[in-house]
Design a protein around this ligand. Structure first.
Ligand code: NAD
Length: 445
């Protein structure tokens, strides 16, 4: 099929490239001309394992191209995907301005029947708004062209996005028209040749809702476990053991019950807020969803609080080595990362930071921590330790899992580790003589 994907970010670039890999002809559009010029030169704007090689291959095969101009890429197109950002608006709801701008552009330039797909995460009712916006533009042009608006929320995870897209757990399609649903099934069928029932068809509103509910459920599991971790710490229990104890119940399972310093990223925080807002707009107070958010906001500061408890309120003259800035491993994405909150809290109290992350340091330097003067960036995890008062682990990159603890002891002023992801074994830390602080278990030192 001939496809256009509008919005060449994490979702648009990965989806467009994967569709091209399956033999479709794809144009990825973005209003960011720097991004598009770079992509044309083979410079990939994000770090995502496996993406660069796949983009190169498809550009070479002429199945993938990039442009800033949607108007000339609607000709002979079967399906247009809207994959632009839906950031958090001032009142917590999803800001639909970019989605509706694209809808307007489509209405202004479409010349033949096509399917328009909402791939961005959008609140219930957005497909209707997109439809109305396109129709208004067609009315202005005095044209009558058939089109369908389909909801196809994306479930890929940054860091494993190619794998998730190529072998999806499920593809949700919300369509109110059988022809459109059939076309979407045809487009996606190469992605699950072994089991077609992973394509879940439903009405548009339920599909829009499904994405928010999936993210809210995962965020709830994280906040629940973080709250349990904090209680464990107070009562002298070990959350690491409790986690295994409950995960063994098949009704609960092991996934997403790791305690830590809170969830971040571009999706969970804004989607939880937007779902709460949607409920409010319909006169419903979503108490559980509100609490998920409150618990997370507090949890993002839990490591900074442990540092303050250990070193005192005033951190002037103290230096901390930070391992990990990205909101999770295998990505350079720092949106809403707990590292931002931790580093701001520590530097506000006068501390100096020596940071290392395998992929996210440019994001931190150029954007998220740009205003912070008392931070230096280092080319290796061990380099950050020199003359630091403690090491703080905030992202569970694989290279941090089994470090040389003797080296850590030699480099730090005193052997102290704050572990925001419970990566290490406290018995081993005790044997090594390292003062070890983790989430959900008291530290005996
Ligand atoms: P992103 O910020 O990485 O990319 C969005 C892109 O859209 C940007 O490059 C921006 O320049 C472009 N854009 C904005 N307005 C445009 C316009 N009018 N025309 C063309 N391009 C335009 O965002 P993302 O992370 O890819 O997320 C996109 C959507 O997918 C969001 O709704 C998000 O919630 C959802 N989503 C994201 C993920 C994820 O892991 N990142 C996963 C599932 C769903």
């Amino acid at each position: 099929m001939n496809l256009t994907v509008v919005g060449t970010g994490y979702v648009g670039l990965v989806s467009g490239t994967c569709f091209a890999e399956m033999g479709n002809t794809v144009t990825c559009i973005d209003i960011d001309s720097k991004k598009i010029n770079n992509l044309k030169k083979g410079i990939i704007p994000i770090y995502e394992p496996g993406l660069e090689a796949m983009v190169m291959r498809n550009v070479q095969n002429k199945t993938l191209q990039f442009s800033t101009d949607l108007s000339v890429h609607l000709d002979k197109i079967d399906v247009v995907f809207i994959a632009v950002g839906t950031p958090m608006g001032d009142d917590g709801s999803a800001d639909l301005q970019y989605v509706l701008q694209v809808a307007k552009e489509i209405g202004r330039h479409m010349t033949h029947p096509m399917i328009i797909v909402d791939k961005s995460t959008v609140p219930v009712g957005t497909a209707d708004k997109v439809k109305r916006t396109i129709q208004e533009e067609l009315n202005i042009r005095k044209l009558s062209i058939d089109f369908d608006v389909v909801s196809n929320p994306e479930f890929l995870k940054e860091g494993d996005a190619i794998n998730d897209f190529m072998k999806p757990d499920r593809v949700v399609i919300g369509a109110d028209n059988e022809e459109a649903a059939k076309k979407m099934r045809t487009l996606y069928s190469p992605f699950f040749r072994s089991s077609a029932d992973r394509l879940i068809l439903m009405d548009v509103r339920s599909a829009e809702m499904t994405k928010y509910v999936a993210n809210a459920m995962l965020a709830t599991k994280i906040s629940f476990m973080n709250e349990i971790a904090n209680i464990c710490e107070l009562v002298g229990a070990d959350v690491n053991k409790v986690r295994i104890g409950i995960g063994s119940d098949s009704r609960i399972g092991y996934s997403f019950i790791y305690p830590g310093s809170g969830y971040g990223g571009s999706c969970f925080p804004k989607d939880v807020k937007a779902l709460k807002r949607t409920a409010e707009e319909h006169g419903y107070t979503a108490n559980l969803i509100s609490s998920v958010e409150t618990v997370n906001d507090k949890q993002k500061l839990i490591i900074a609080q442990k540092v303050v408890k250990r070193f005192g309120e005033d951190l002037k003259g103290k230096t901390f080595a930070i391992w990990g800035l990205a909101f999770k491993p295998e990505t350079d994405d720092m949106r809403e990362a707990p590292a931002i909150y931790t580093i701001r809290e520590l530097t506000n109290r006068g501390a100096k930071i020596q940071a290392y992350d395998p992929k996210a340091m440019d994001e931190a330097k150029d954007f998220y921590l740009k205003d912070i003067k008392s931070i230096s960036y280092h080319s290796s995890k061990y380099e950050t330790l020199q003359n630091a008062d403690a090491m703080i682990l905030l992202t569970e990159w694989k290279e941090f899992r089994s470090p040389d603890f003797e080296e850590i002891k030699v480099q730090l002023k005193q052997p102290i580790i704050f572990d925001g992801r419970n990566q290490y074994n406290d018995t081993q830390m005790d044997e090594l003589g390292i003062e070890y602080f983790q989430i959900g278990k008291q530290t005996y030192s």
